[in-house]
Design a protein around this ligand. Structure first.
Ligand SMILES: CC(C)(COP(=O)(O)OP(=O)(O)OC[C@H]1O[C@@H](n2cnc3c(N)ncnc32)[C@H](O)[C@@H]1OP(=O)(O)O)[C@@H](O)C(=O)NCCC(=O)NCCS
Length: 214
């Protein structure tokens, strides 16, 4: 089982190169300390609607630097999608290996017992011009592979998904997530909890490299 420290020391263990439908290539890889400027550009470019659907603490260089500074320091693993030709970051995929007491309570009420050691939280955000092109689905086998390599057997949505985000709901459903229940968030809006059991999702990803090549 991989640890966050091992991933930070050798990001190639989770790095993959993918070809999109239009023939262009992207790298799927862990966020690195050197990414702050590119990550800031990604956050700054997110539209108001994307920021509403996927919330970050900030959308500027300071926020990007914070995310980079958090690498291997807490319970979070962040991966990015990077255009090979330009180096532009076009997606941020976040895992948390920690569950909140609110998550645990909500799921328990819905009859699901979450387990700190085998469940994780996941939240994806693609650049506006990368949304709705099948990219999220293309990378999903890599997402499940990362969760498995972290020793996780289920994935829940980080903060749920807003009830008025039908594209994301469809995205999660088509990739195997099951609805668990709904709740009213701090913003007063209805969100849905969804869970994916990795036992029932085929392992479609060709294996990520076990270790970096020298
Ligand atoms: C959510 C997100 C990661 C999904 O990735 P994606 O690459 O856009 O998703 P895909 O293109 O693989 O799949 C989207 C699906 O939703 C469908 N869809 C798009 N708009 C829709 C709508 N308004 N209503 C219902 N379905 C919709 C698409 O047709 C597709 O389903 P299909 O393949 O059955 O036709 C991405 O759109 C994103 O980053 N959105 C902004 C941030 C966000 O919402 N993050 C999630 C927070 S919980």
């Amino acid at each position: 089982m991989l640890t966050l420290t091992e991933i930070a020391e050798d990001p190639l263990v989770l790095t993959r190169r993918l070809r999109l439908r239009d023939g262009s290539e992207v790298l799927f890889r862990p966020l690195a300390h050197a990414d702050a400027a590119h990550l800031a550009r990604f956050l700054e470019a997110l539209s108001p609607e994307s920021r509403r659907l996927s919330t970050f603490d900030g959308y500027d260089f300071a926020a990007a630097r914070e995310l980079c500074a958090a690498i291997a320091r807490y319970d979070k693993l962040r991966l990015v999608l990077e255009e090979v030709r330009s180096g532009r970051i076009v997606g941020l995929l976040e895992f948390s290996l920690d569950l909140t007491s609110a998550d645990i309570a909500r799921y328990r009420e819905a009859g699901v017992r979450l387990a700190e050691t085998t469940d994780c939280r996941f939240g994806p955000t693609l650049a506006d011009d990368y949304q709705d092109r099948g990219v999220g689905t293309l990378i999903f086998p890599l997402v499940t592979e990362v969760a498995r390599r972290l020793g996780r057997t289920r994935i829940i949505l980080w903060g749920g998904v807003l009830g008025d985000n039908p594209r994301a709901i469809r995205y999660y459903e088509k990739n195997g997530f099951q609805p668990v229940g709904s709740f009213i968030g701090e913003d007063g809006l209805r969100s849905l909890d969804m869970i994916l059991d990795l036992h029932v999702v085929p392992d479609q990803a060709s294996p990520l490299p076990r270790r970096s090549s020298s």
